[in-house]
Design a protein around this ligand. Structure first.
Ligand code: FAD
Length: 310
């Protein structure tokens, strides 16, 4: 028994990100999909924070549903610069009441029409302010994740400075890091080492965007300005109009980047599903880490254990 548990603890774990859909039909479709993806055995799922009225309410509802109806360990994203303090309080209370014990604390995407951030409250200028507030208000109830950027973030390309700011978020109470999407694994592994050298010792979870179509792949990579390795361009460009071929080749490329990370001490993979199941499932099947007849679904390890949190 103990040996099996130890063996299982060494098996890579993975998680899925979902976002609140804009329509009621979209919400229903997503719940159906979450139900099916539950059978793949994610260690947890997370739900992005849809800033503003309806969508932020939906984030809270999705967290409640995933946590109670689907029995999924859930992490709620929460942004702060675009929120009044009362809204931050209400969201945290909702998460607490839903039995959610994990928050990804973020500054938030800048409003599209505005170039620069104007924080709504001086209390919440950066993500670290939210981390500090959650810690002060809820003690150790929540594990608090923070965002990391191996290739720079929307308003800062200075990777040294970003590592400093990441360290501040961890010092304020962050207990794990989830990264922005990337495809350059060598750069990611170097960046992890930089973080370790700077004394960032919490689990670092790579954010992975599977490839659904060529257009979506390019759009998302360009959106976050992440580097696309030359070999990927050469493999995908000639087949870009054939969605099935792109998914198939993309699956191989993404699985290979995951393998390289797993071989280098990363034990948990986080997938940006874009609310779609197929491309993520294909990568997991290629990696042979989904349940099958030989290795049926076991209850996923408790979230803290699967990440190696104390
Ligand atoms: P911060 O860590 O606060 O950094 C923001 C900027 O401020 C950076 O340029 C940083 O260098 C700078 N900075 C930080 N501290 C200091 C300091 N002490 N002095 C000077 N400058 C400083 N957005 C959403 O709206 N909803 C989501 O659900 C969401 N989920 C995300 C999930 C992940 C994994 C990631 C990587 C991003 C997500 N985002 C989301 C986007 C995120 O909100 C944006 O990238 C945002 O611009 C930065 O957020 P942050 O939490 O990293 O901010």
């Amino acid at each position: 028994q103990k040996l099996a548990e130890a063996e299982r603890a060494k098996r890579p774990s993975f998680s899925f990100e979902f976002f609140p859909p804009k329509t009621a039909q979209g919400v229903q479709n997503l719940y159906d999909r979450m139900d099916r993806m539950h059978d793949l055995g994610p260690a947890f799922i997370d739900v992005t924070w849809g800033a503003g009225g309806h969508l932020s309410q939906l984030t809270c509802e999705m967290v409640r549903a995933a946590q109670s109806a689907y029995g999924l360990e859930t992490c709620m994203h929460l942004t702060c610069t675009d929120m009044e303090k009362s809204k931050v309080d209400a969201a945290l209370k909702d998460a607490y009441n839903a039995g959610c014990t994990n928050i990804l604390a973020l500054r938030g995407d800048p409003p599209r029409e505005e170039e620069k951030w104007e924080a709504k409250s001086e209390q919440f200028r950066y993500a670290k302010d939210l981390v500090k507030y959650i810690k002060e208000t809820y003690g150790n109830h929540f594990d608090i994740g923070v965002a990391g950027y191996p290739e720079g973030c929307d308003d800062n390309d200075d990777s040294e400075e970003l590592v400093e700011h990441l360290k501040e978020k961890i010092d304020a109470g962050g207990t794990f890091v989830v990264t922005q999407m990337f495809y350059d694994v060598d750069n990611f592994l170097e960046w992890v080492q930089k973080c370790r050298n700077r004394g960032i010792n919490v689990p670092i979870i790579p954010g992975i965007m599977p490839i659904h179509t060529h257009a979506a792949f390019m759009r998302r990579a360009n959106w976050v300005r992440c580097k696309i390795p030359q070999a990927w361009t050469e493999a995908l460009e000639p087949i870009k109009n054939d969605d099935a071929a792109v998914r198939d080749v993309g699956k191989g490329l993404v699985a290979e980047m995951c393998r390289q990370m797993l071989n280098n001490g990363i034990n948990h993979l986080h997938f940006y599903t874009m609310n779609l199941a197929q491309a993520t499932r294909m990568v997991l099947e290629e990696l042979k880490i989904v349940p099958d007849a030989q290795t049926p679904l076991e209850k996923p390890l408790p979230w803290r254990q699967s990440l190696g949190l104390n």
